[in-house]
Design a protein around this ligand. Structure first.
Ligand code: ITT
Length: 198
């Protein structure tokens, strides 16, 4: 049995971290959380694309780690809102706002929009970096429709508004394992697993 690949996940988002732990379970990969993540110099996600923010984040934190680092930039893209909240998904309702405040802000922006105008996609770009160098980049997305009121208590972020049509449920109404099966993050992570296996 080969020894597991050890990676550190650079994220401050507990919802993301729980998903990564579940995604790695049963695979020859040992995901660690960044020790003392909060005391490291933070990375400002100032770029206009997911890719630049993900690469910047992974490179930054890889300089503080002896192990390879995985970081993602992810978010919700609503074409009828010009791509918003997009790479600003975490700061859509201002710095320090809660998930509920971001959901409410999105509902306000969507007021009066119906049908195809409520179509959205979650996007995830994952970057694997080691000692200040990018090793590999993975990405994927998932499409859904935005409801006019939140449904479900699971997941995080915009999940309670995101109706995954094949199941007729929001990402907050299904178990984490099922979300990981269909989500932007889950699909992208399986590409990373295949890369590590090769
Ligand atoms: P880190 O940068 O520390 O990883 P973050 O929350 O700031 O944490 P991002 O910059 O990638 O992470 O912002 C992603 C935001 O997009 C996140 O805060 C959610 O609001 C939203 N988001 C991303 N993936 C999501 C998902 O699977 N379900 C719901 N919302 C998601």
């Amino acid at each position: 049995m080969p020894s597991p690949v050890r990676l550190v996940v650079a994220s401050s988002n507990p919802g993301k971290l729980r998903e990564y732990q579940a995604l790695a379970a049963g695979h020859p990969i040992e995901l660690q959380l960044f020790p003392e993540f909060d005391s490291l110099p933070s990375f400002e996600e100032i770029y206009l694309t997911f890719a630049e923010n993900a690469a910047g984040k992974a490179l930054h934190y890889s300089r503080h780690s002896a192990l390879p680092v995985i970081a993602d930039d992810s978010g919700l893209v609503v074409p009828a809102l010009g791509g918003a909240p997009g790479p600003k998904s975490a700061r859509y309702a201002g710095a320090g706002a809660s998930d509920a405040e971001r959901v409410n802000k999105l509902l306000e922006e969507l007021r009066g929009k119906s049908g195809e105008e409520r179509r959205a996609r979650f996007v995830c770009i994952q970057v694997l970096a080691q000692a200040g160098k990018v090793v590999a980049v993975f990405s994927d997305f998932v499409e859904g429709m935005l409801l006019d009121a939140p449904r479900g208590a699971g997941g995080f972020g915009y999940d309670p508004l995101f109706l995954y049509e094949p199941l007729g449920k929001t990402f907050a109404e299904i178990p984490r394992e099922q979300k990981n099966q269909f989500s932007h993050r889950g699909k992208s992570f399986r590409k990373l697993l295949a890369f590590l296996a090769s």
